[in-house]
Design a protein around this ligand. Structure first.
Ligand code: NDP
Ligand code: 2IT
Length: 445
């Protein structure tokens, strides 16, 4: 880095210990070097210095009472990172690993991702270190209500619109929405990923996984290949992984492995999605239970081993840094030709380097998994218009958004002289609109 090295150094210095945030910022700034060269006015207006600093960061106490009557205390976060092109928008994550640095990395990525969708949404992210595993339904409800008790004062349909992420799905959104409505006495589209009976959008549940496959289908087709007949490995077994699996089958591919944080299953005949949905969506169980239903399948402890399974296409859909340089080298050695990121920042910088060096078709998260938030944007539109589109209408819009994200990222990569580098292309294409908006609005935020 030449022009932007100082910006990065200052981020590291001012945000000690926030390693995931540093990682996300570094990758973006490296891609933006040529943009800084082309646009000295952005450097002068401090766009780069400002874009790495959240507009607002909120941290709060979340007290709740467990089923034994014991008081528990968790920490809540909402980082309102950038509102240059629309209200803050981004998911809420409930996972014991959550801390400020993780929420900041996610919020920072969200700025560029949301810009890529072509819809008017700024970037934000929230969450808590609450661990939903092993909690009763009533404990989940009480926690969500307490979380929203505080969060409600900071959000609104034209201010900040949260949604789901790891550990937050339809059930949690429902509990949070109920509490928001009670506190404000307003029925508005303040959250997305809502249930269909109370303002949710059809196809939002499927959107991230479907969108990932639509994006990768474009990228793969551009190289004269397709999903047809291909063997696919997908990590995770949550919302994104499940609907990516469904779409891979619809596109003619075969998914042979899925995982959770404990281990992975390998079914050489093809994963039976109905079984996975029963275990994960209905019973909220562990992926290991799959082998009880399908004794021919294998379960192995340790989630990382999933990358040793030979495949044509790999779709990491679990969490950040789940795939390192070593895993990437094994995938390449085994003949994998495409990697699409359903999760946020699942590949370490070393893994990304391996993919780019080996000319793997690599779909970076902020482009490849933007279908979820894009459909959230469509949910916001439907709520504002007070009408709802059919599944087919939303799905068609999602597909066309993913195609244009691919085109914009690919065009930007070409314009800046590295045609196959979608990392650079996505970062530049996402940045352009936000930078232009920040520049036009003067030095406010
Ligand atoms: P879910 O909570 O539905 O599922 C998460 C899955 O990832 C589970 O299988 C979980 O296993 C696994 N996982 C979570 N943390 C870890 C970990 N530390 N190590 C190994 N496995 C882990 O979440 P989603 O499917 O919604 O999210 C998955 C990824 O996709 C995240 O990176 C999220 O940020 C990203 N994403 C989600 C979008 C959405 O619309 N939901 C949109 C765009 C991106 P276990 O049950 O054992 O924890
Ligand atoms: O990472 C993401 O893009 C999400 N978790 C979805 C955010 C949203 O607002 O739908």
């Amino acid at each position: 880095m030449k022009n932007l090295a100082g910006v990065y150094e200052s981020v590291v210095k001012r945000n000690p210990g926030e390693v995931e945030f540093h990682q996300a910022v570094k990758e973006v700034l490296e891609s933006l070097e040529p943009v800084a060269e082309k646009h000295p006015e952005y450097v002068k207006a401090g766009i780069f210095d400002r874009i790495v600093e959240p507009e607002r960061q909120i941290m709060f106490r979340v007290p709740w009472v467990d089923d034994n009557g014991k008081v528990q205390v968790n920490r809540g976060f909402r980082v309102q990172f950038n509102s240059a092109i629309g209200p803050y928008k981004g998911g809420i994550r409930f996972h014991p690993s959550v801390n400020l640095g993780i929420i900041k990395f996610l919020g920072f990525e969200q700025i560029f991702k949301n810009s890529l969708t072509t819809l008017p949404m700024g970037g934000g992210k929230g969450g808590s270190d609450f661990d939903p595993k092993g909690k009763s339904d009533m404990e989940i409800m009480r926690f969500c209500q307490s979380f929203m008790f505080e969060l409600a004062r900071h959000i609104g349909p034209d201010t900040d619109v949260p949604a789901g992420d790891i550990g937050v799905g339809g059930r949690e959104i429902g509990y949070m929405y109920g509490m928001y409505k009670k506190l404000r006495n307003e029925f508005t589209g303040v959250l997305t990923g809502k249930g269909i009976p109370y303002g949710g959008s059809l196809a939002r549940t499927e959107a991230t996984g479907y969108g990932l496959c639509y994006f990768m289908d474009e990228a793969i087709k551009a190289k004269g290949k397709s999903f047809e007949g291909k063997t696919v490995v997908i990590s995770g077994s949550g919302n994104v992984a499940i609907y990516a699996t469904q779409k891979v089958y619809q596109l003619g591919g075969k998914v042979v492995a899925l995982s959770d944080s404990n281990g992975y299953i390998y079914d050489r005949d093809g994963i039976k999605l109905e079984t996975v949905q029963l275990i994960k969506e209905v019973q909220r169980g562990r992926i290991s239970e799959y082998t009880k239903h399908h004794p021919n399948a294998i379960y192995k402890e340790g989630c990382r081993g999933i990358w040793t399974i030979p495949c044509d296409i790999a779709l990491p859909c679990a969490t950040q840094n789940e795939l390192d340089g070593n895993d990437a080298a094994i995938l390449v050695k085994n003949g994998c030709f495409a990697v699409g990121e359903g999760a946020n920042m699942p590949s370490t910088p070393e893994a990304v380097e391996v993919f780019l060096k080996n000319k793997i078709i690599y779909g970076p998260a902020k482009a490849a998994n933007a279908g979820g938030v894009a459909t959230s944007g469509l949910e916001m539109s439907q709520n504002s218009m007070r009408l709802s589109w059919t599944f087919e209408e939303v799905d068609a819009k999602l597909k066309s958004i993913m195609q244009s994200i691919y085109k914009n990222a690919s065009d930007a990569a070409k314009e800046y002289g590295d045609p196959d580098n979608l990392v650079m292309g996505a970062n530049i294409a996402g940045f352009k609109k936000v930078a232009a908006a920040m520049y036009a609005q003067g030095i406010t935020y």
